[in-house]
Design a binder for this molecule. Structure first.
Ligand code: 5AD
Ligand code: SF4
Length: 459
């Protein structure tokens, strides 16, 4: 049997990492990667459930595959990740041509599961326990570990890598499906993370982004208690590594020790993603975020006092149930005061099995959600532009990632194309240069900026 694999990923960085690990496993099992479902024998979707829109995208992609599958029944179609864990059997009902449904806690079993399907044993469903289907330990164990050897070929670039430091989430924000589909919060042992980062640095990886749903609640409590600040100290010492980032922070766990570590450790980027979600205390309480707008503001002050050059980014949800114009005005006020480098803004999407769906009607009309979304975006874009402007005329150090989106469309004849890279505080920079500069850290002079991009040239 030929083994050509196509894998499509939607959702957060955790999913991008999961797809990379799955692809690495399958390459080792003799698969090769192809760039379209038509060329593939095995078609996998790694899915997201955080908003309805992400699920709709996958269900319509699955719908489009039906004709291909009818004509080529030997092709294997699999649904992986959060939507698999959430909808389970329901996926076979909605898309009967699917062969395989695998939750985020069973991804390590994929090579074996695909073999069983190829041998005629489908359809197969492998998911973890529901959070209320057993005691904490048995539910935790049902989210199985998957830490295969890392290989550069399946990463977006060989110089950058994500490393998971914790699984799951215990916060249960009322709108969020993550705690139910990704399971209980579990931190990986520090020495295991350190070994993985060393391995990556040995492969030539220059930048590592540590991942966790609430990355700054990381805790390794065996022996001496280690927190994220301690982990950063250990990783900062890894030879060959140049940059360390971590996402996503929860406002309640932004400790002074963590901020001091970001300030003092040379490889740790002065960049913090700390979602606020809302500026209204009433809505924050309904969301069960565990802080007030005032506490969030104080946290921002603490961050800026400790790390003056820091770039802070945030997430906001508009149209949460019961959000009035007054609540929204408070969100606008926080967005303005926050001076975020960037904010991701989402319209509230009711998610099955969450507390918000149980407790509150989705009573903000879509029209109002859209208007609030656009209003926040416009304000944030103006702030982002103002935040980038002082960089004009200055030289910034960037890690060159390779040809930019536009550069990838230009002919690659080894000559100059548009390249893209990132500053240490996660700003995107584009400039002209030869593709062989990919993977280098170099200085670029900024000539022009917009809200999202710095445009520069090599000196
Ligand atoms: N509706 C809209 N946005 C959501 N997010 C999480 N759950 C929902 C939901 N049900 C947003 C939050 C989170 C980001 C990853 O997605 O802002 O920080
Ligand atoms: Fe979802 Fe809240 Fe956990 Fe983030 S902290 S993953 S928003 S439940």
């Amino acid at each position: 049997m030929s083994k050509r694999l196509y894998i499509q990923t939607v959702g957060c960085q955790m999913n991008v990492l999961d797809s990379e690990l799955v692809a690495a496993d399958l390459l080792r099992a003799g698969y090769e990667l192809v760039d379209s479902p038509r060329k593939a024998d095995t078609i996998l979707f790694n899915t997201c459930s955080v908003r309805q829109h992400a699920e709709d995208k996958i269900y319509s992609a699955l719908g489009r595959l039906k004709r291909i599958k009818d004509r080529h029944p030997q092709k294997i179609v699999g649904v992986l990740g959060c939507m698999a864990q959430k909808d389970r059997q329901g996926i076979f009902h909605r898309a009967p041509h699917v062969d395989l449904v695998v939750g985020p806690g069973q991804l390590g079993r994929l090579p074996a599961l695909l073999e069983r399907i190829a041998a005629g044993e489908g359809p197969l469903l492998e998911v973890s326990l529901d959070r209320n289907a057993g005691n904490r330990v048995s539910v935790q164990q049902s989210f199985e570990r998957h830490d295969p050897l890392r290989i550069a070929e399946t990463r977006p670039t060989p110089y950058q890598a994500m490393v998971r430091i914790m699984f799951g989430c215990d916060k249960f924000c009322t709108y969020c499906v993550v705690p139910s589909v990704r399971g209980p919060e579990q931190s990986r042992p520090a020495e295991e993370i350190e070994a993985e980062v060393r391995g990556l640095a040995d492969q030539g990886c220059l930048e590592v982004t540590l991942l966790g749903q609430t990355v700054n609640s990381y805790r390794d409590d065996r022996g001496r208690k280690l927190r994220l600040a301690d982990l950063l100290l250990r990783l900062d010492a890894v030879e060959g590594l140049r940059r360390l980032k971590f996402v996503t922070n929860h406002p309640r766990h932004v400790s002074d020790e963590l901020l001091q570590a970001v300030r003092d450790l040379p490889k740790v980027s002065p960049y913090l993603h700390v979602p606020a979600q809302s500026g209204s205390d009433r809505i924050l309480r309904r969301m069960k975020r565990g802080y007030t707008a005032e506490a969030y503001r104080e946290m921002l002050c603490r961050i800026r006092e400790t790390i003056p050059e820091v770039a802070i980014t945030s997430d906001f949800i508009v149209g949460f149930p019961g959000e009035t114009d007054e609540d929204f005005d408070r969100t606008i006020a926080l967005l303005r005061e926050g001076r975020f480098k960037n904010s991701f803004i989402f319209k509230y999407s009711p998610r099955p099995k969450t507390k918000a769906v149980e407790l509150y009607a989705d009573d903000v009309p879509d029209e109002v959600k859209r208007r609030r979304n656009n209003e926040l975006l416009a304000i944030q874009n103006a702030i982002s532009l103002r935040d980038n402007q002082p960089l004009v005329g200055r030289s910034v150090e960037i890690l060159v990632e390779g040809p930019s989106k536009a550069g990838r469309k230009q002919p690659d004849n080894g000559h100059v194309v548009q390249l893209g890279g990132r500053t240490v505080d996660d700003r995107i920079v584009v400039f002209d240069g030869p593709p062989r500069l990919a993977g280098q850290i170099l200085a670029v002079e900024i000539e022009k900026v917009d809200a999202f991009t710095l445009f520069g040239r090599i000196r």
